[in-house]
Design a protein around this ligand. Structure first.
Ligand code: ADP
Ligand code: ASP
Ligand code: MG
Length: 442
């Protein structure tokens, strides 16, 4: 077992306002006091909505002196500063004790001045400008969180350098594991060694030339596992506004229920299919280092959350994910369709291999039933779809689990049916009334 520190990642809603900062800080402070050899390193997202506001501003003003609404850049820059100051200062005043407040207010002011200066300085490259702008969201929230943790009697400080080192451009950058290890040893470990909670702005990286980069939308999850690997941590907590990883997107499947355990493979596949609670690359550092990832709620401490590890939890479909806008391509030869992103190789069909690719007409959808499907689950899925008159273009096994290809217009109905038929334990607590009725009838 590793003796590296616990890494806790707080998402945007977990630091969405004053009361949320207080709650998040008390989770961190309790963990710092619970007898572990070192306090935790805490990775923080921007307050919810801030990243969108900053990106919107950076995009609206790129290459022009006026924003899309027609305001002059100076006028709207002052507005942006004012609205960010209002929101962050209000949160700080609720979450930070009087003795620490002046320092936090001063640091917030310095950051906001830095943001204005960044935006006011001409930039050749809009991507660089976007990255330099957007990371202020995480720097602001990290400052408040450190003050809020200190206000609960536990020493805390924002790290003085960005620990995650990246390669490959300034947006959606790749983590450089070795250099991140060196930077974490320099900027994070000394704070932890002296007993101080190290607060790390998430999402932000640093290129080999020292330029600011970002890890892609939702990238603070990846910051947390990349940092955990660099510090030799045994466990990373991802705290969000849901009870953990649910077995389907709750916006698409209202009956979605908590998945207690997932393997790295299953969680990685689900995240790549858009399970928004995890950035698609979150599991890469975790699986490389064998760290457990616990995804749980900031707001419902009773919920056990989802534990992700190298252990395959056994036979069964764990979750269902949807991929829309795909085209079915048949290729006579062995060569893959060049220039298109292949979502899945479907297998030989006499005339050659078939592929599901992005683009083309984009009229097909794939429903991936992730896990280790048991014998008979493919047939059960096909039966469930057939009973409701949903045509299946292709169905079979893939490394992720089972794949059902249907017409895009029926994708949501198919997703719900497959969730009810394959994921919910028959007779179990999460089985929906409709699925139970369908089972009775069948
Ligand atoms: P955070 O700000 O904490 O990083 P996100 O908004 O990035 O949170 O991710 C949490 C959201 O992901 C949830 O509120 C939920 O609506 C959405 N979501 C989509 N699919 C899933 C899923 N399979 N399990 C849990 N949440 C999901
Ligand atoms: N704040 C960033 C985003 O909204 C990163 C994150 O929250 O993980 O995408
Ligand atoms: Mg997120």
């Amino acid at each position: 077992m590793s003796n590296g520190p616990l890494v806790i990642k707080l998402g945007g809603t977990s630091v969405g306002g004053g009361p949320e900062f207080v709650r998040a800080a008390s989770i961190v402070a309790d963990t710092a006091r619970d007898g572990r050899p070192a306090p935790p390193a805490v990775v923080v997202s921007a307050m919810s909505g801030t990243t969108d506001a900053l990106l919107g501003y950076a995009d609206a003003t790129t290459g022009t002196t006026r924003t899309r609404t027609g305001a002059t850049r100076e006028g709207s820059l002052a507005e942006l500063r004012r609205s960010l100051a209002d929101r962050h200062l209000a949160a700080a005043r609720e979450a930070v004790a009087l003795e620490h407040l002046p320092g936090v207010e001063r640091r917030l002011g310095t950051l906001l001045d830095g943001l204005v200066e960044t935006l006011a300085t001409p930039s050749e490259d809009p991507e660089v400008r976007r990255a330099e702008t957007v990371v202020f969201g995480e720097r602001l929230s990290a400052t408040i969180l450190a003050g809020a943790v200190e206000s609960q009697g536990v020493p805390a400080a924002v790290v003085s350098g960005d620990p995650v080192s990246t390669t490959g451009g300034c947006t959606d950058a790749e983590v450089d594991a070795e250099e991140t290890r060196r930077r974490a040893a320099r900027y994070v470990a000394p704070l932890l060694e002296e007993g101080t909670v190290a607060v790390v702005p998430g999402y932000v990286g640093c290129s080999p030339e020292g330029a600011t980069t970002t890890l892609g939308r939702g990238g603070s999850d990846l910051s947390a596992t990349a940092l955990g690997r660099a510090l030799g941590s045994g466990e990373v907590w991802i705290l969000s506004d849901v009870d953990g990883v649910l077995d389907a997107d709750p916006d698409l499947v209202p009956e979605a229920a908590l998945v207690p355990r997932l393997s790295y493979r299953e969680a990685g596949a689900f995240a790549s299919l858009g399970a928004k609670v995890l950035h698609p690359k979150t599991m890469e550092p975790a699986s490389a280092a064998g760290m457990e990832v616990l995804v749980k709620s900031t707001f419902n401490p009773q919920s056990p959350g989802t534990r992700v590890s190298g252990r395959e939890p056994g036979e069964g479909v764990r979750s269902v994910g949807l991929r829309e806008g795909l085209s079915l391509l048949r290729c006579p030869g062995p060569e893959t369709p060049f220039g298109e992103e292949v979502f899945c190789v479907l297998g030989a069909d006499g005339g050659g291999l078939s592929y599901l690719v992005d683009g083309g007409s984009g009229a097909a959808a794939g429903i991936v039933c992730i896990g280790s499907p048991g014998g008979g689950q493919l047939v059960s899925g096909l039966d469930a779809l057939r009973r409701e008159g949903i045509g299946v273009t292709w169905a079979g096994s893939t490394p992720e689990g089972l794949l059902f290809v249907v017409d895009g217009a029926e994708s949501l109905a198919a997703l719900r049916l497959l969730h009810a038929a394959l994921v919910c334990e028959p007779g179990g607590a999460s089985e929906s009334v409709a699925a139970a009725a369908a089972r009775e009838v069948a």
